[in-house]
Design a protein around this ligand. Sequence first.
Ligand SMILES: *[C@@H]1O[C@H](CO)[C@@H](O)[C@H](O)[C@H]1NC(C)=O
Ligand SMILES: *[C@@H]1O[C@H](CO)[C@@H](O)[C@H](O)[C@H]1NC(C)=O
Length: 213
Amino acid sequence: MPDWQTAAEYEKRRANFFKELEIVFADVAMAICADFMLVFLPAPTVSLRPALAGTAGPVARFFYGCPDNAFPTALAGTSYSFVQRLGSVVRNGTKLFAVGTASSLIGTVVTNALINAKKAVNSTGEVENVPILSTSVGYGVYMAVSSNLRYQILAGVIEQRILEPLLHQHKLMLSAICFAVRTGNTYLGSLLWVDYARMIGIQKAQEEHNELA
Ligand SMILES: *[C@@H]1O[C@H](CO)[C@@H](O)[C@H](O)[C@H]1NC(C)=O
Ligand SMILES: *[C@@H]1O[C@H](CO)[C@@H](O)[C@H](O)[C@H]1NC(C)=O
């Protein structure tokens, strides 16, 4: 995925690409951290779905009973209420907020270290540090809303309801198309992230810098 991330960044920035290498690096570092956490942290719950501890409170119980996505296909003997479907969005959104904020925190700290290292070598090229808190929370919110909803639709509607019934006898083609659709979604996500970051002003400092440069 990082390759796509870089390509998307490049299209969005073209002229400023080399001036903004630190920022691109931060976005890629963030994407790698987020991918890593998304793949490895929730992995056990995906395949095994461990039994809920007897001491679990009512909130944990409620979210445990929610489906994997908001559009589950009804298997024999299971049905989900509207509130449970909504619960799936809230549960995964909360998780994505935590993962997004944490990985962005790492990404911005690394970026600022790079910027400061560059300043130490050449103090004439003045690049502002990236604001750590607003960038991290901004990315967490982005993951919880944009990434979450896109993935809900991707997994629940496009894959489960359209591609799988259509191609269940052509497993290889199914995997290939799912891979392409997911890659496209990652690419779309990085384009949207750049727009969103500009919109909420996370990259303002960099833009001012570029106008001066
Ligand atoms: C330092 O940075 C400035 C502005 O980016 C640049 O014009 C200059 O060539 C750099 N100097 C060195 C020694 O790299
Ligand atoms: C929600 O989280 C669960 C558990 O980690 C995961 O299995 C599922 O794929 C996620 N669903 C969506 C739509 O992100």
